[in-house]
Design a binder for this molecule. Structure first.
Ligand SMILES: C[S@@+](CC[C@H](N)C(=O)[O-])C[C@H]1O[C@@H](n2cnc3c(N)ncnc32)[C@H](O)[C@@H]1O
Length: 430
């Protein structure tokens, strides 16, 4: 059973949760229902993505989100694409929240009279039943210009198996394929998937898509909001695939006002390998962004920031991918967010760090005029705050004026004391 709701007529009756999305402009509050809030796409990601879709040519027709949750992504599409929206949501109260959120965004944009908004609909019901949705919409001529799918996944799922996605991808594609606008342009779809999908699962997704549209163009996109985490993994298909990339990495900035870092590659992913090498004073150590590493685009980025140098990987897995190299990184402002720490090795510390050796480290740090030393290696979580606190306290009021960090050498029990480039040296290249 499908029921049509119109955002223009939506009311907040019965909706109890109204919340500020931390990434949205202040005052833009969204409704959520049935615990829809944790599932909702953060506004900043939704808006950024909608702007990227707007760069592509789409045929006539509606923007469909067949599992629209609280409708945040759908509302962002409305704002950027200004086309009639069609959202489908199985949970009725969430469908109602979607209609309200689209109304909120349209009002925020002063679009209350706009055709796209007046002609937008949310259908409460099953998004895998295109026929039922279209019947409830009551507009038999309406076609789909673009399909977005962000399926629900069970919380705390370990495997993130494709079969766990709701609604299932193969059913959505099979059901909606006949409703795409008949045009010479390729169909346009964006699949917002679990960031934890493995390479094998990504290939499975590609096979499912191929069953409906053989040979369709595709771009995998990893999005990170920092802290080394991949926040979203998406597959852009057909008309919205990136003609310059089969893989793309997007580092979303902290502020809506700043531009994101976008890296693109057409090449195949080749995983970097660890290279054994002895510890050495004078070499540079950089701890880089783990999400960039996961996306497989690290090499492309390094070719720009340490040109004509291979470097030696000390760690390629985990939270701290660590590269050793002979020349300093050449960083633009936008690159700063992809570097956890970078510096030159000034001492090889042949002791492990604990309460009995921390003063020894302070002594060495002062010899190198360090005012702060951050611990950038895996250390017992119970010990870490004690050690870091002790270093901070002891170094703060001394004669140091430089910043440094301690990294682990991958072989043997050697720690590397590194000095960061000074502000002047670190200033972005002009
Ligand atoms: C991850 S949420 C989507 C969040 C959305 N992108 C947003 O910005 O708020 C996925 C939604 O799919 C819905 N869903 C699951 N199976 C469905 C189906 N067969 N038809 C329609 N919606 C379905 C769930 O109720 C859930 O709200």
């Amino acid at each position: 059973m499908h029921r049509a709701l119109r955002p223009v007529d939506a009311t907040n009756e019965g909706l109890v949760e109204l919340a500020q999305d931390a990434t949205a402009p202040e005052g833009l509050l969204f409704h959520h229902a049935n615990e829809g809030r944790p599932l909702a796409t953060p506004w900043q990601i939704a808006a950024l993505r909608a702007q990227l879709v707007a760069e592509h040519e789409l045929p006539q027709g509606m923007v469909l989100d067949c599992a629209c949750g609280s409708g945040i992504q759908l509302a962002a599409y409305g704002a950027a694409l200004r086309r009639p929206l069609l959202g489908v949501e199985l949970a009725h109260e969430r469908a109602q929240a979607s209609a309200m959120n689209i109304q909120t965004v349209a009002k925020h944009m002063q679009s209350s009279e706009d055709t796209w908004y007046v002609n937008s609909h949310i259908i409460s019901g099953d998004g895998t039943n295109a026929e039922g949705v279209m019947a409830a919409l009551g507009k038999p001529d309406m076609e789909i210009a673009f399909l977005h799918l962000d399926p629900a996944r069970p919380r705390n799922s370990r495997t993130h198996a494709l079969e766990e996605m709701q609604p299932p991808l193969h059913r959505v594609l099979a059901s909606w394929a006949p409703y795409f606008t008949k045009t010479s342009l390729a169909p346009s779809l964006l699949l917002d998937l679990s960031p934890r999908l493995t390479a094998v699962q990504r290939t499975e997704v590609e096979s499912i898509v191929e069953e409906t549209w053989p040979g369709i163009a595709r771009t995998w996109e990893w999005t990170s909001r920092g802290r080394g985490r991949v926040d979203r993994l998406a597959l852009w298909l057909g008309g919205v695939a990136d003609t310059h990339a089969t893989r793309r990495f997007i580092r979303v900035p902290a502020s809506l006002a700043d531009a994101p870092v976008v890296l693109r590659s057409k090449g195949q992913h080749s995983a970097p390998e660890v290279r054994h090498h002895p510890p050495k004073r004078g070499e540079h150590v950089s701890i880089l962004d783990a999400a960039l590493m996961e996306s497989g685009l690290m090499q492309e980025w390094l070719e720009r920031v340490v040109p004509s140098e291979q470097g030696r990987w000390a760690f390629v897995e985990g939270r701290r991918p660590q590269l050793h190299h002979d020349h300093p990184l050449q960083l633009e402002t936008e690159d700063m967010g992809l570097v956890q720490a970078t510096g030159k090795v000034v001492e090889l510390l042949k002791f492990s760090l604990d309460e009995t050796t921390v003063d020894q480290l302070v002594g060495v740090a002062l010899e190198h005029r360090l005012a702060s030393v951050k611990l950038r290696f895996d250390i017992d979580p119970a010990l870490q705050p004690k050690m870091q606190g002790s270093l901070d306290r002891q170094l703060r009021r001394r004669h140091g004026d430089r910043e440094g960090f301690v990294a682990q050498h991958p072989h043997g029990d050697i720690l590397l004391l590194c000095v960061c480039p000074s502000q002047a040296e670190q200033s972005p290249l002009i």
